[in-house]
Design a protein around this ligand. Sequence first.
Ligand code: HEM
Length: 446
Amino acid sequence: MIARVLQPSLEAGFPPGPRLPRTLQTAGFVFGGTRYLEWCRRRYGSTVTFRTLFDSPFVMVFDPVVVKQLFQGPPEQLHAGEANAMLGPIVGERSVLLLDDAEHLRHRRLMLPAFHGRRLDAYAEWMREATDLEIASWPVGREFALLETMQSLTLRVIVRAVFGFAPGPEEEELRRRLRAMIEPLARTRGLLLRFLVSRLRGDRTSPLDFGSRRQAVDELIYAEIARRRREPALDERDDVFSALLVAEDEDGRRLSDREVRDELITLLLAGHETTATGLAWTFDLLLHSPAVLARAREGDERYLDAVIKEALRIRPVIPGVGRVVRGQPMPLDGYLVPPGIEINPSIRVIHRREDLFADAGAFRPERFLVADPPDTYTWLPFGGGPRRCLGASFALMEMRIVLRRVLERTALSPVSPRPEKVQLRVITQAPRRGVRVIQDRAPALA
Ligand code: HEM
């Protein structure tokens, strides 16, 4: 790294980028999407500076080698928490998503055990049950939207595995309030536009007002925190909520009530809509690829895993991630990125590079079944480095379980002859029409 700092090219500072006026660059982003970014990559290279009306200049990264440099860079110099600041009004300031440096590390360490080993196994059974409950609600011979039912399914899973509420009236009430709180985030362009306009005014926080809906959720959570703190055998429970309440750092300190609340909402926000969208895309792609569908129906675990990875490649739920440079200028790809600038690895562009994925537009799970499948800087739907998605194993397991169960029990046909178009929402890239399908016959018995 030091050798690179001394290279003369580093003196140049910002990486190259389009010289178009900011209005035109903005139009490129809004109307050109991935095609505009891919054009810029071809013209300017792996690391490109953009200037739009929404923001101060920012740098996008389109190459795995540079992504590796970034993900392995010093976390104190690369703040992901700052890049996620717009989520503050909903997740709270003590969320692992918003924290940086030592506090981020502390929270992450306290949360990690809840996503590994024995605990993960316990969630598997609940995931299967949630899938059966959801399948039971599907009409036969009539059109319905898979995205919506996947949202309902992943919410059931989060409420059971993360919040630790078993099905019943309290659980239903919690689900209702949680869904009401995050519903605005699943909305489409109108909201995105408001978001962009607030950035235009230089406001990096969220224009969303969660006010009373957030309060309705907090009421339930704080009451439950108080109740569980009095429970004697809390460490024997398998849910994330209880694990967060008993977790201690090296100094024997536990998370405060406020911190537990913020992390629960973080897990809801990070894990619910994302997994539902990933599942909806997986089914959309599968139902439009008869050969892949036939092989997936055979139920081989490795193949199902490859189907999911390929769906997350070709339709990454989160288009990119961010790191804001702090302290010293950040050496990257032969340039020096100044403090205050955000660096964004573009997941969606990297996943579509023809030189990395032959016939990149084709849905071909076999790419993940070869001896040298894409590495973690080339296939990066969960981001990477010390900020990599905390729930990646949880999400992949849930997607496998749901996929297997739906294929085992149901016969679905797509309504549209082609896979859906991508629609950018506040956080996710979602299928525009929600993946409309018809269930051809009543589901096989559970
Ligand atoms: C298909 C589903 C999912 C996708 C595509 C996804 C993707 C991501 C991405 C791209 C990031 C940012 C990583 C970075 O900045 O490098 C992230 C962070 C995070 N995700 Fe996920 N995620 C999914 C599911 C989940 C689930 C199920 C949970 C938990 C229940 C979860 C919890 C988190 C948390 C806590 C973070 C913040 C990590 C940190 O800042 O240290 N995610 N996720």
